[in-house]
Design a protein around this ligand. Sequence first.
Ligand SMILES: [Zn+2]
Length: 179
Amino acid sequence: MNDPILVKLEKLRVSQTVDTNPIYRLHRQWMQVALNRAIAAGHAGEVPVGAVLVDGTGVAIAEAENRRERDHDPTAHAEIIALRQAGQILKNWHLESCTLYVTLEPCPMCAGAIILARLGTLVYGADDLKAGAVRSVLNLPDSAASNHRLTVLGGILETPCRQILQAWFQQRRESTKSP
Ligand SMILES: [Zn+2]
């Protein structure tokens, strides 16, 4: 329980003040925006993952969803698209003052991009037990390969973020079953 992320998650689960804490309320509001993008991606035939990037003044400057199938691009994950949009808007690739909300724990590619962007804070919904590179499988931000430390908060709107993925994969399995 010394892992700071685990401690944060545990605090989030047991805290009686979560519902009234304005910071968590804000995190949930932005995660809901990311979740809406994930739902849109799912309807478009993509694995449903969404992201929103908020600048240091609390304004959303980028919103994105997984576009791998539509763009025929293996790198078109929601986080990568949001980081690119934010860099274009801020005219700066340094995103220290920004917070990225994403419905699923980032993969190694996205965790790498988050480190390269010097992102200030990462907030994610569901753990990715197969490919999560922030906590579940790897911890790239705290590894020797990283020269940047960022604040990470997981488990925000965890249940809907996980359920939308589970429902999408279940639907796909059923639709690919032979009659
Ligand atoms: Zn990714």
